[in-house]
Design a binder for this molecule. Sequence first.
Ligand code: NG1
Length: 359
Amino acid sequence: QSVFNRLPHAIYFAPGRVNLIGEHIDYNGGRVLPAAISTGTYFAIARNGAARANVFSTLFQERKTIELSELLSIKATGHWTDYIVGLLLQLNNSFAPLAGVDILVASDLPQNSGLSSSASFTVGFGFALCDLLGFDLDRVSLALAARAAENDFVGVNCGIMDQFAIAMGKADHCIELDCSSLEYELVPMHLAGYEIVIANSMVPRKLAESNYNLRRTECEQALNVLQKQYSVVHLCELSASQVESCTELRKADVLWRRARHAVNENERVYESVAALKQGRLADFGICMNASHDSLRDDYEVSCPELDVLVDAARSIPGCLGSRMTGAGFGGCTVSIVESATLPEFSARLLEAYARSTSY
Ligand code: NG1
């Protein structure tokens, strides 16, 4: 009320997400295993009776106005409102004319840390707007619209994992998602005395975007080589042995290692889902460890600080597995830890991290 001089019609929450396993394969047609988390983005929203969207971010302490009549000519500037404009453009394709709204956005998700603050922002805004204005948009279509907003307007060439996990997440479940078909299954998380622990390295992901797009290009190049031998659309349709035995790809060492990560990581998601369903948490932990090692060595998206966090976590009794999560180059790790050891785990992890890094 103090910002817009009106009470909100409603307040909405969109979660962030943590990816348990299946990293850097959403854009290779692979399987991923994200889960919605209880920190996220909040939206207070009301109609304003004008042809404009007024947006206030508590994080940036900034208010911006988007004139709906100028929507089609607005260009992306790298400002946080790009996500709003991108999503409005998507909704405008199906639901024009849009009505004016006032929106206040608040978040308890750390930015740029691999927990999908941007997708939480975009999906949550889209959900709140559709609910307020009575637009009939199912959640998968909302996830696709939010990704299109990032790809086509913001200029981030991201896959579908984040938006899907945020739109479709459910308490006490993770989502096994086939990123090529969008077939999915909600997998119950029976953790029986264990917890999923997220640790933030606090390393800002400055180079993340350019490196992210470079990895995507490398995967496309590897796929081009493999397609001479195999009739596939996505890297993750191939088996590890098919990638291993492609002599032309092996000569291009970097591309070969990128492809090897993709196919092995995809395989680890199958193994992890089976392990989680059967309560074999130690086996899930082994997959998490192998995932990190592959991201560090073959895909080269870790950084020294993430490796310190992961190594320290693994050395603490009660931790079954630990890996970086999200795009990498900074951001968070995810670990599976025995509940009874959590206080000791946290204390020892913090102590080891502070000893070895400046963060
Ligand atoms: P994060 O780290 O949350 O930005 C990014 C991509 C995902 C996925 C992961 C790596 C964006 C917005 N999202 O996630 O689509 O590719 O990296 O698995 O870039």
